[in-house]
Design a protein around this ligand. Structure first.
Ligand code: HGY
Ligand code: MN
Ligand code: MN
Length: 428
């Protein structure tokens, strides 16, 4: 008995979904709960329904589709999930691959007539990116009780709309309560979004965990004044403080060394005019580290410096936390199952932490969770040139199928039976 992963079918869906919010030079912009997200949700949910799966949506728009087990039961499914929202300079694979690969695995099971001991499901979660509304991993965080629903619904995006208003604007609010999705295990296929697998010429990343994430927004208030007439000693230049904070973030990353990273992704001055000293400046700082204690040190140093810079300039400063997640370790047995599966399929792999946040980190405290990485060309992601080749994707999906079947236990794997082999290539 074998299951055939149809890579052509999967790639066709990746490209079709990628057209929604497609950008002129490639890639796509499908911000969470935007009109483009609405269209993407409709397309993917339509694919779930076309397979006859039992589709559910919860109060923050997370959506999942369940294939019952051989007894018709849908409790505690093995879930394959990720996200279909993208950043503004999104590629075709970040998140989308994990959702459409899960769909492909289920369709391959149906094609092969393979029943499973446990139900299997595929899911997409609302606002994984955190680009429009913060924090990231919002939907999966709410679903697993890691984030408060009311607080998240009230989160106001960079365009001034709240999550609640945006859910209603695209009619994405479902009727299932928080916690309605209770996986027996969670497995996520995702692109690496970094250079390691390509540099080391490997097929698969066996992800051991996710690093800690700290997002802050600083608002600095100074005094608008004339750029020409105001003596330097009289100025309260909010812009200079913001730039000082950005330089300190970079210095922390350089002095702490790998795995510490620091990013200033947003910076805005007001009134944002060439001849007016900025009276207000806002910037975001994204700090990440695999080690919680070091991440805390990086935060303490940055926050102290920000305060000192503001005081020296006679400005006031306010910090708002936009996201704060501690490092997460995935289930050692499930991680081992990923490594074992890669070896059995003849794929070259290595264990590695994830630099990016993922929905899987929200499931890790609640059920055995793991991730599978496939390579990113030149380590690029959150960029329209993000790319992973079909043959690399095929290996990731074959391994996803293998790991999920080991968890879902198709009848063939009952004691004394054989796991179905996993072939690749088009069925047609
Ligand atoms: O920011 C992240 O790591 C993810 O893309 N949300
Ligand atoms: Mn992602
Ligand atoms: Mn992303």
């Amino acid at each position: 008995m074998s299951i055939r992963i149809d890579t052509d079918r999967l790639m066709a869906r990746i490209f079709e979904l990628g057209k929604i919010g497609g950008l002129p030079n490639g890639g796509c912009k499908r911000l969470a709960l935007s009109e483009e997200d609405k269209a993407g949700r409709a397309l993917v949910t339509g694919w779930f329904q076309a397979l006859g799966l039992e589709v559910h949506s919860d109060v923050i728009g997370n959506t999942w589709a369940i294939r019952p087990n051989k007894f018709g039961n849908t409790e505690r499914p093995v879930v394959m999930g990720s996200h279909i929202d993208t950043v503004g300079t999104g590629g075709l694979y970040d998140g989308n691959l994990g959702v459409l690969a899960g769909l492909e695995v289920i369709e391959s099971l149906i094609d092969a007539g393979v029943e499973t001991e446990r139900p299997v499901a595929v899911a997409f979660f609302t606002n994984e990116e955190g680009a429009r509304f913060q924090p990231d991993m919002m939907g999966s965080g709410v679903a697993q009780g890691e984030l408060d629903l009311a607080e998240m619904l009230a989160s106001v995006g960079i365009d001034g709309m709240s999550v609640s208003e945006a859910l209603d604007a695209i009619d994405a609010r479902g009727d299932e309560p928080v916690g309605a999705l209770t996986p027996s295990a969670y497995v996520e296929l995702h692109i690496e979004q970094g250079p390691v697998l390509e540099v080391e010429d490997l097929d698969i990343g066996v992800v051991t965990g996710v690093q800690g994430i700290s997002w802050s927004e600083f608002t600095i208030s100074g005094q608008a004044c004339h750029a020409g007439t105001t003596p330097m000693a009289m100025r309260h230049d909010a812009g200079v403080v913001a730039v000082g904070i950005a330089l300190e973030a970079r210095a922390i990353a350089q002095e702490f060394g790998t795995p510490q990273v620091a990013t200033v992704g947003r910076m805005h001055f007001a009134p944002d005019l060439v001849n007016v000293v900025p009276e207000e400046a806002r910037l975001t700082v994204d700090l990440r580290n695999t080690y919680e204690e070091v991440l805390k040190k990086a935060e303490a140093r940055l926050f102290a410096k920000a305060q000192a810079l503001a005081e020296a300039e006679g400005c006031t400063i306010r910090r708002q936390s936009l996201a704060r997640f501690e490092p997460v370790a995935f289930d050692p047995d499930l991680v081992e199952s990923v490594a074992q599966g890669a070896a059995e399929l003849g794929f070259k792999s290595r264990r590695m932490p994830s630099g990016a946040g993922h929905d899987a980190q929200m499931f890790a405290p609640h059920c055995p969770s793991a991730m599978i990485f496939v390579p990113s060309k030149e380590g690029i992601s959150h960029n329209i040139n993000e790319y992973t080749a079909p043959d690399q994707i095929a290996k990731g999906v074959a391994l996803l199928a293998k790991v999920v079947l080991a968890q879902a236990g198709p009848e063939q794997t009952l004691p004394g039976t054989q796991q179905p082999a996993i072939a690749q290539g088009a069925t047609s």
